[in-house]
Design a protein around this ligand. Structure first.
Ligand code: NAG
Ligand code: NAG
Ligand code: NAG
Ligand code: NAG
Length: 316
């Protein structure tokens, strides 16, 4: 460990000296010596990445879900907004214009209203991986995450991210299919304009709600941001239905590069953090599968839902 630590310091100094990386904040990756296992060592402010016990993503094991029928639908405003699609070198990001009308997320397990700040896309180089959250150890080709900040307590994402009840993350699994939604196509049709890190493209008239499947059923738990500094302030809502992307669209994603035009480095894909231990957290769901048959799916505590849950049917 000590050796690795020293090596990463040296690597950092070297890369700073030769000016490959623009800032310390960006000096982390999804593999190797600056990958997820070492994020907490790269910067003292990121120590939660290694030491935190409420980290994200997690593997969701249906047998440990707590059934909580009291949680209603997650509501996401449907108006259209403008924003900027960007290759950040770490992921594909769509950030709403600050001047666009606020898109709010509330309901479900949330006690506050959250204002959507950005959308991130994590995806694999091959179809068997890419999502951050996994279900029974099963990864999906991609995961779309809508991140919002608590607009009743805080004034911006930057302010909210390290604070209590600061952030909501709505996670949607992405499956490959023959068609995708018009709103997703507004984003994917511009991917060829953001091949390299730092490139951006303005997008107009996109509906965040239009990117989502039905939001009435979900799993939820308390976790963290999945990039450094791994702040443990995120209420995650993992929707029970997937959305779809075409093979051609995912092919475009896999053409993006991690570096800028001068130093393209390698392909930007497999940009997911692996599942983190749940430790003593619970994952709640409002999904009840009536097909299970009898009431034996509840144990003596009447809450511990151990049956097969609805989302299993869409795992291929
Ligand atoms: C979005 O951009 C279009 C074109 O630039 C503009 O006409 C429209 O007013 C913008 N909408 C919002 C909500 O900012
Ligand atoms: C896609 O279309 C092809 C040909 O039309 C069909 O054979 C295939 O089953 C479809 N796949 C999906 C996932 O719908
Ligand atoms: C993109 O949008 C931003 C913010 O609305 C604006 O300042 C900029 O001029 C736009 N760029 C282009 C190329 O339209
Ligand atoms: C927390 O989880 C660990 C194992 O994951 C278990 O050994 C421990 O007893 C749990 N603690 C509590 C308070 O439930």
């Amino acid at each position: 460990m000590a050796k690795i630590w020293l090596f990463s310091i040296i690597l950092t100094l070297v890369s700073h000296t030769i000016g490959v990386y623009s800032s310390w904040e960006e000096w982390w990756t999804y593999d190797g010596i600056s990958g997820p296992d070492y994020w907490g060592l790269l910067n003292p402010e990121w120590k939660l990445c290694n030491r935190g016990r409420r980290q994200s993503p997690v593997d969701i094991e249906p047998s440990i879900l707590l059934y909580d029928p009291g949680m209603g639908k997650v509501e996401v405003d449907k108006q259209k907004v403008n924003g900027t699609l960007k290759n950040t070198g770490h992921s594909v990001r769509f950030r709403l214009d600050p001047t666009s009308p606020a898109v709010m997320v509330n309901g479900g397990p949330l006690s506050y209203k959250y204002r959507v700040h950005e959308i991130l896309l994590h995806y694999g180089r091959t179809d068997d991986k890419g999502s951050e959250h996994t279900i029974s150890g099963h990864a999906f080709p991609a995961e779309l995450q809508i991140l919002g900040y608590n607009n009743q307590l805080y004034d911006s994402m930057v302010e909210a991210m390290p604070k209590t009840q600061g952030v909501v993350g709505v996670a949607v699994m992405v499956q490959i299919s023959n068609s995708s939604s018009p709103d997703l196509r507004l984003l994917t049709s511009q991917l060829d304009k953001i091949i390299h890190k730092g490139q951006m493209k303005n997008i107009t008239h996109i509906s965040i709600q239009g990117l989502l499947p039905d939001t009435s059923q979900f799993m939820t738990y308390e976790g963290s941001t999945t990039m450094p500094g791994c702040h443990e302030t995120v209420t995650w809502i993992v929707l029970n239905k997937p959305i779809y992307i075409t093979k051609a669209e995912i092919f475009l994603l896999r053409r993006l590069m991690q570096g800028d035009e001068a130093h393209p480095k390698t392909i930007l894909a497999n940009n997911y953090r692996p599942p983190q231990p749940l430790y003593n957290r619970s994952v709640r769901t409002n999904v009840f599968n009536h097909d299970i048959g009898d009431n034996k799916c509840f144990d003596s505590r009447k809450l511990f839902y151990r049956g097969n849950v609805g989302f299993i049917h869409w795992i291929e």
